[in-house]
Design a protein around this ligand. Structure first.
Ligand SMILES: Cc1ncc(COP(=O)(O)O)c(C=O)c1O
Length: 466
C-alpha cells in the first residue's frame, strides 16, 4: 500500500500525539492537509532509522538513481550538502569547492572552520552565467592541495550547465579524495538518460525538477568510501526529528509515477520543449542562452535543455524588466532573473498550453524590442575568472570578530565580516574572511543598479574592525 493511501486510512484512529492540530479538519478546515499530517506512529517507520515504508521509498530512489544507497531528505538538498561536508571533512579540514557553489556549501565551510580552496569556473561574459567545471581544474587544485578531503561541484547549475562529473570523479578517485556533487537541479536527469551516480555523494532536490513537495530531496551514495551509517547519523544533526509524512508521501508518489509513466512523460515534455524552441527560433533580439553559448546545440551534453534561460544581453531590456513584463502582462511567473537573463524552469508537469503561452509571450515581447549593443560586464568576468579571492582568515574566525558597517565605496581592501549574495541563485559574491576587492564592489553596484536583490549587503558592507 502506498504511503499516501496508508495516510488516508488513518481516519478511525484518534491521534493522541503530535502534531497539535490532531488532523481536526472541522476546526482547522480542509484547505491544508491536516488529515494526513502525523508524526512517527506505529506502522509508519522512522526517517532516521528506516526499516519499513520509508526504507522502501529510499530503495526506489536508489534504483532510480543507480546508487548503492539513498537517503530521503525533508530539509532540502541543503541538509544533505551540509551533512556530507561535515561527515567527510570534519572540523577544521580542507575542501576544494567550485566558487559557484550554493550558500549551503559556504555555510558548512563557516560552521566547521573548513579551509576552502576555490576552483573558479569561467563566466559567460554577456550574462555572467558560470560554465562547467573541468577535470583539469580539479586536478590542478589537487596538485596544490593533496591534503583536501573533499571536492564539491554543482552540476547541473541553476541555469542548466552540466559538468563532466564522471571524468571529475575519476580524477578524485585516482587522488583518493571524495567527490560531492550538488545535483540539486538535476533530480530529473535519469529521465533523460543523462545521469549516473559517479560522485561518491550526490545530493538532489526532488522538489525542484520532479513532482515532489517543497523541501523533499535525496542524497545518494554509490561508494564504499563513505560509511552509510555514519552519514545517516550526521544527517540526524541537520534534519528535524519530526519529519513531515506529507513530504515523504509526496516522494513515494513521485517514485511511483516515475516508474509507471516517467519515460512517457519525459518524452512528451521533450517534444513540448522542441515545439517551444521551434516557436521562438525566429526571435530577433531575445535569445535562448544555449543558442549563443553552445552554438545552437541544444542536445549538448553540457546543457540541461529542460531549462529555458532567456538571454536579453543584446536588447534594451534588463532581466528584471523582462521578468516583470512576463509576470504583469502575460501572467507568467518565472523562476528568477539576473541582470541579463530570465530563467524559466520546466518539468514533466508542464502543459503544452503553458509552453505555448511562454513562446507566444516571448515572440510578442521580442517584436517590441530594439537591438542594443551587447553589454558585457567585465567586472564580473574578472571577479569570477581571475584568481580566487584572497582571504585574511577563515569564515569561522571572521564571523567571530567584532565587525562594523562600512559604506561600500570605502570597503576596498577591508576584510569582509559577512556574506553578500544575490538570491536566487544564492551564490556568495563575498564571503567572511575575504578581502573585499574593487571588482567585487563594482559588481555589487552593477547588480543593485539592475534591480537584482542583494542579501546582507548593498550600500553598507559588514567589515571586520581593524
Ligand atoms: C545549486 C543549489 N544547491 C543546493 C540548493 C539547496 O536546495 P534546497 O532548496 O533543496 O535545500 C539550491 C537551492 O536553490 C541550489 O540552487
Amino acid at each position: 500500500m502506498s504511503l499516501a493511501d496508508k495516510l488516508k486510512g488513518l481516519g478511525g484512529i484518534y491521534p493522541f500525539h503530535m502534531p497539535g492540530h490532531k488532523r481536526n479538519t472541522d476546526l482547522c478546515g480542509t484547505d491544508l492537509p491536516y488529515a494526513l499530517d502525523i508524526t512517527e506512529i506505529t506502522g509508519f517507520d522512522n526517517l532516521h532509522e528506516p526499516t519499513g515504508v520509508i526504507a522502501d521509498i529510499e530503495k526506489r530512489l536508489a534504483e532510480f538513481y543507480g546508487a548503492k544507497q539513498s537517503f530521503l531528505l525533508v530539509n532540502g538538498s541543503t541538509c544533505g550538502i551540509e551533512a556530507a561536508i561535515l561527515s567527510v571533512c570534519g572540523f577544521g579540514g580542507k575542501i576544494i569547492a567550485a566558487r559557484n557553489c550554493h550558500k549551503s556549501v559556504y555555510k558548512a565551510i563557516e560552521l566547521y572552520n573548513i579551509t576552502p580552496v576555490w576552483i573558479m569556473p569561467e563566466a559567460d561574459p554577456l550574462t555572467g552565467i558560470c560554465g562547467a567545471i573541468t577535470e583539469q581544474s580539479v586536478s590542478g587544485a589537487l596538485d596544490n592541495h593533496p591534503d583536501a578531503a573533499l571536492v564539491v561541484i554543482t552540476s547541473p547549475t541553476y541555469e542548466g550547465i552540466i559538468s563532466d562529473v564522471r571524468k571529475i570523479a575519476e580524477v578524485c578517485r585516482r587522488r583518493r579524495v571524495l567527490l560531492l556533487c550538488d545535483c540539486a537541479h538535476g533530480a530529473h536527469l535519469p529521465l533523460l538518460g543523462r545521469f549516473s551516480c559517479d560522485a561518491d555523494i550526490t545530493v538532489l532536490s526532488l522538489h525542484k525538477t520532479l513532482t515532489c513537495l517543497t523541501q523533499t530531496a535525496c542524497a545518494c551514495i554509490d561508494t564504499d568510501r563513505v560509511n552509510a551509517a555514519s552519514f545517516r547519523s550526521v544527517l540526524g544533526a541537520f534534519e528535524t526529528s519530526s519529519p513531515s509524512y506529507i513530504l515523504m508521501a509526496g516522494a513515494d508518489k513521485c517514485m511511483t509515477l516515475i516508474k509507471s509513466k516517467g519515460e512517457e512523460l519525459a518524452e512528451k515534455h521533450l517534444s513540448r520543449l522542441s515545439a517551444f524552441r521551434a516557436n521562438v527560433s525566429d526571435m530577433k533580439h531575445l535569445r535562448l542562452f544555449e543558442n549563443r553559448y553552445f552554438n545552437s546545440d541544444v542536445d549538448n551534453p553540457q546543457f540541461d535543455n529542460w531549462k529555458v534561460c532567456i538571454d536579453c544581453s543584446e536588447t534594451n531590456l534588463s532581466g528584471r524588466e523582462l521578468f516583470a513584463i512576463l509576470r504583469d502582462k502575460y501572467s507568467l511567473e518565472c523562476e528568477m532573473f539576473s541582470a541579463r537573463y530570465v530563467l524559466a524552469m520546466t518539468s514533466i508537469a508542464d502543459t503544452d498550453e503553458a509552453l505555448q503561452r511562454l513562446s507566444d509571450a516571448l515572440c510578442e515581447i521580442d517584436g517590441t524590442l530594439c537591438a542594443s549593443a551587447a553589454k558585457p560586464f567585465p567586472a564580473l568576468a574578472a571577479l569570477l575568472t581571475a584568481a580566487a579571492p584572497r582571504t585574511a582568515m577563515t569564515a569561522y574566525e571572521a564571523v567571530r570578530k567584532p565587525s562594523e558597517q562600512t559604506p561600500a565605496s570605502d570597503a576596498e581592501n577591508m576584510i569582509s565580516g559577512g556574506y553578500i549574495w544575490a538570491y536566487p541563485p544564492g551564490i556568495p559574491i563575498i564571503a567572511p574572511g575575504e578581502i573585499i576587492t574593487r571588482e567585487a564592489i563594482d559588481y555589487l553596484r552593477f547588480l543593485a543598479e539592475q534591480g537584482v536583490a542583494l542579501h546582507s549587503g548593498g550600500e553598507l558592507l559588514t567589515t571586520i574592525k581593524e
